[in-house]
Write a protein that binds this ligand. Structure first.
Ligand code: HEC
Length: 136
């Protein structure tokens, strides 16, 4: 049992994201500080688009439609109820062990900040909505 009740909700979300992705929910002590934008952060999909092109499109493709290096994020398996926003923060920070596809592992993305990932999420969710994926 951990005692971080102040951050209990966030810890729950991290655990949920990890469980949703079939990884163990064990805490990595020593590097468990939360990688999230500051309070009051307002996500901007237009900024997210530029940041996505800089950090993510090499593998996830223009418009998040996928390449031969990585999967489309505009895909039903990445809709918000299956891969919540925490899955994106975790992916950027820690990388992803391959489990849904055969592209190999996603390495951590060096240099991207939590706020930048927040903008990227807004952009990817917009792309998903335009494709009819996720909440209206
Ligand atoms: C070097 C290639 C590469 C880059 C760069 C990359 N990804 Fe990935 N990403 C992958 C691959 C490959 C997977 C699929 C892993 C699998 O098989 O499930 C993936 C999976 C993901 C997932 C799913 C995570 C999960 O829990 O299943 C998210 C979210 C994601 N990437 C977001 C991003 C974001 C945001 C960026 C940019 C900040 C980014 N990726 C940059 C290769 C990449």
């Amino acid at each position: 049992m951990h005692q971080k009740f102040k951050t209990g909700v966030a810890v729950f979300l991290v655990s949920a994201a990890l469980v949703a992705c079939g990884k163990s929910g064990s805490e990595e002590n020593g590097d468990s500080e939360l990688f999230l934008p500051p309070a009051g952060f307002v996500a901007d999909a237009a900024k997210g688009r530029q940041l996505f092109d800089k950090f993510c499109s090499r593998c996830h493709g223009a418009g998040a439609m996928g390449t031969d290096q990585g999967p489309p994020l505009v895909h039903i398996i990445y809709e918000p109820n299956h891969h919540g926003d925490m899955a994106f923060y975790m992916a950027a920070r820690k990388g992803v062990r391959h489990h849904h596809w055969n592209f190999g592992d996603m390495p951590p993305v060096p240099g991207v900040t939590a706020s930048e990932v927040g903008h990227i999420i807004a952009y990817v969710r917009r792309q998903q909505r335009r494709a009819g994926i996720g909440a209206p």
